[in-house]
Ligand binder design. Structure first.
Ligand code: DAH
Length: 346
């Protein structure tokens, strides 16, 4: 083939060359400039042409190679730019992935609610150890020596066999003893905390649960003061229409003692399966602090009197949210716990 014609044909082809992708550019480079490419082939042919034509064609061939290289380079850059443009882009204005926030445990929410209500009434918060001694849990609270609550069946003992064994406190009433021993009078405290009992776990009982104990000691404290304090608490906790009633009961550390019921806020007293048709729900025990208890902590019962009350936090939480199985509060199932997320203020 005539070399001149071949050069012109390649130039024309290069001028009209279009590549849609980087792959096509590479194919074009191989076709023209590769080892067996069309331009390379002309250099082979060039060796064989007549010497007088070498000058003219040598120059033409060099220009052709230069032009082909420049064209391929140009197409390569254009294809590269296009590839970048078409690459999937990140939207930098998109909001980030939110980390799931935890929420407070329902028992913590209710405990805090109880604490906040009594704080408003002027009560301080007192805490005590979970591993206690017999004195603070039983003896100073007027438990007779062979009271069944002292037995192994109810109490987890940590050490045994001496006069004042260590044990896991079975109620937060132990903190009222510690407060009476150390706190100047008058006393107005609530004592929230964890308690432990050797009980079989069921829908209504657990070996660990939470209580809030209350204690008020001053001159001339009467049962009427106790009733009023509990009525105010019940209305703050369960709503302004709530009624209370007190039933006579017995606790070693209070005399007289009572159990407190609130009117069922689910059926409004008509009777439902939560209140078992009675219209009332039991929420706590209470009473006037027994003179023996005051004496044991060095307080003169001739001068001072007081009342005490104690409630289970899980029980209040079960009533508040109509949860019918205590175990939900201890199993940490996120499906249950996340139900309370909206009830939490961060
Ligand atoms: N300590 C009692 C219990 O664990 C609850 C209680 C009842 C506390 C009457 C009191 C009270 O202070 O006066 O069952």
């Amino acid at each position: 083939m005539d070399m001149k014609e071949a050069i012109e044909r390649i130039i024309a082809e290069l001028n009209g060359l279009k590549c849609a992708s980087q792959k096509e550019v590479e194919e074009a480079r191989i076709r023209f400039l590769g080892k067996k490419g069309e331009v390379t082939a002309l250099f082979e042919e060039f060796r064989a042409i007549a010497p007088e034509m070498k000058r003219e064609f040598g120059q033409k061939l060099n220009e052709l190679k230069k032009a082909a290289t420049a064209k391929i380079e140009e197409l390569k850059n254009a294809a590269e730019e296009k590839a970048v443009e078409n690459a999937p882009r990140q939207d930098l204005s998109m909001p980030g992935d939110a980390l799931p926030l935890g929420s407070r445990h329902p028992v913590s929410i209710v405990r805090q609610e109880i604490v906040d209500i009594f704080r408003k009434f002027g009560y301080d918060v007192a805490e005590g150890p979970e591993i206690e001694d017999d004195w603070h849990v039983f003896e100073a609270l007027n438990f007779p020596p062979n009271h069944p609550a002292r037995e192994m069946q109810d109490t987890f003992f940590v050490s045994n066999g001496h006069l004042n064994p260590l044990l896991l406190r079975t109620h937060t009433s132990s903190v009222q003893v510690r407060t009476m021993e150390t706190h100047p009078l008058p006393i107005r405290v609530i004592c929230p905390g964890r308690v432990f009992r050797n009980e079989a776990i069921s829908a209504r009982a657990h070996c660990i649960f939470h209580q809030v104990e209350g204690l008020y000691i001053d001159k001339n404290v009467s049962f009427a003061d106790l009733k009023q304090a509990i009525l105010l608490f019940a209305r703050e906790m369960f709503g302004p229409d709530t009624q209370i009633r007190m039933r006579p009961s017995f606790f070693p550390f209070t005399e007289p003692s009572a159990e407190v019921d609130v009117s069922c806020n689910i059926c409004k007293g008509k009777g439902c399966n939560i209140c078992k048709g009675t219209g009332w729900l039991e929420i706590m025990g209470c009473g006037m602090v027994d003179p023996n208890v005051l004496k044991a902590s060095g307080i003169d019962p001739e001068v001072y009197s007081g009342f005490a009350f104690g409630m289970g936090v899980e029980r209040i939480a079960m009533l508040k949210w109509q949860v019918n199985d205590l175990r939900h509060y201890f199993e940490n199932d996120l499906r249950f716990l996340s139900e309370f997320a909206t009830a939490t203020e961060v």
